[in-house]
Ligand binder design. Structure first.
Ligand SMILES: Nc1nc2c(ncn2[C@@H]2O[C@H](COP(=O)(O)OP(=O)(O)OP(=O)(O)O)[C@@H](O)[C@H]2O)c(=O)[nH]1
Ligand SMILES: [Mg+2]
Ligand SMILES: [Zn+2]
Length: 339
């Protein structure tokens, strides 16, 4: 649906400066409309939907030579091609942040760009702490603020156990909100923490990301609905990231659910520094190359034993470390030397 939105246009001088810093723009023939800026709302392969400054959504082509490939949240320079509401992207402006993960065929996927906050959504009763920890580490690496939203509070089966599991995150300073779409709980607090920011909702499929977003943007549910080819029944799984303007200012990006989230470019030894609770303890282990397994004088294990850090978080960190490539080839998670 066409909508108006506010945004600051880049001045010509800003555009010039940005352009000299980048060379990978695509050459286009001269019979196109003047250059304009906008923000990518959604991308579909070689097409993206762009929201121009103060205008209506434009469908734009993406040339294969354009680098980087524009993703949801990107600021771009585009030009109108023949028909109205169609254009071509000529440049992706430098990103202030990006969330990336390894994709299939060893490709690196940029999930979203220019976000201020990653909202990691989980569902009561089916919390997956390992996934939360991966997202929080990825957010830290990307320099993006993160918060946790535990939705489906109406379905909580062990509220006490869940509160215990979440307490360490609150102690570390991550905002943790409990919400229920069904009971309309926690929604005002959530909206207040999103206002005037660009936020992306991430997490497993079915936790309620789109349902939460649908409360502020009623037509978002319809956009993400699709018919399941097997059953012919309506399914609402989100298939592509999409950005919506929030009524009170700011933008919110809905993203497809994931089963796993791989950390990109993180070596095994660098992971503890991305765990907010572990980071202050680094350097206090007796051995500088401590793997935090069975080494004597391990500050992280000591902290987990005394309760200063959560043993669950430490176990989760060690598990994730095992899945990451080592920087030091002699560093092996099971304490044996590598073959
Ligand atoms: N009981 C309960 N059900 C909810 C709540 N929020 C969402 N649901 C239901 O959970 C199901 C999945 O919700 P979605 O919003 O599609 O989940 P999603 O996270 O967007 O899933 P993907 O798009 O696949 O990533 C739907 O049937 C919702 O009606 C809630 O707070 N409580
Ligand atoms: Mg969804
Ligand atoms: Zn240690």
């Amino acid at each position: 649906m066409p909508r108006k939105r506010e945004g600051k246009a880049l001045t010509l001088r800003q555009l010039d400066r940005v352009r000299t810093a980048r060379t990978k723009r695509v050459a286009e023939p001269g019979d196109l409309g003047p250059e304009a800026t906008g923000r990518v709302v959604a991308h579909f392969g070689l097409n993206v939907e762009v929201m121009p400054e103060g205008g209506e959504c434009i469908r734009c082509a993406v040339r294969e030579t354009l680098e980087p490939e524009p993703v949801c949240g990107d600021r771009v320079v585009w030009r109108q091609t023949g028909e109205q509401s169609q254009g071509v992207i000529v440049e992706v402006l430098p990103r202030r942040s990006q969330l990336q993960r390894p994709g299939p065929y060893r490709r690196l996927l940029t999930v979203v760009a220019n976000v201020d906050r990653i909202v990691v959504v989980g569902a009561s009763g089916t919390l997956n702490p390992g996934l939360l920890d991966r997202y929080l580490a990825a957010a830290r690496k990307a320099g993006i603020e993160a918060m946790l939203v535990i939705n489906k509070a109406d379905l909580a089966i062990d509220p006490h156990g869940e509160a215990e599991l979440l307490a360490p995150y609150e102690r570390m300073g991550y905002p943790v909100l409990r919400t229920s779409v069904v009971r309309c709980e926690g929604l005002e607090a959530l909206e207040a923490s999103l206002t005037n920011l660009t936020s992306v909702f991430v997490g497993e499929s079915g936790v309620g990301k789109s349902s939460l977003i649908g409360l502020w943007i009623p037509d978002s549910q319809a956009r993400t609905a699709e018919v399941h080819p097997g059953t012919g029944q309506g399914r609402h799984a989100t298939t592509t990231a999409r950005m919506y303007p929030l009524p009170r200012g700011g933008d919110i990006i809905d993203s497809p659910g994931v089963r796993e989230f791989g950390l990109h470019g993180v070596e095994r030894e660098s992971l503890p520094a991305l765990f907010r609770d572990m980071e202050p303890l680094l350097g206090s282990c007796r051995f500088s190359d401590c793997r935090h397994l069975r080494e004597p004088g391990c500050a992280l294990r000591a902290a987990a034993e005394s309760g200063a850090v959560s043993p669950i978080r430490l176990a989760s960190m060690l598990r994730i470390m095992e899945s990451l490539p080592p920087r030091n080839p002699f560093f092996s998670p099971d304490g044996r030397s590598p073959r």
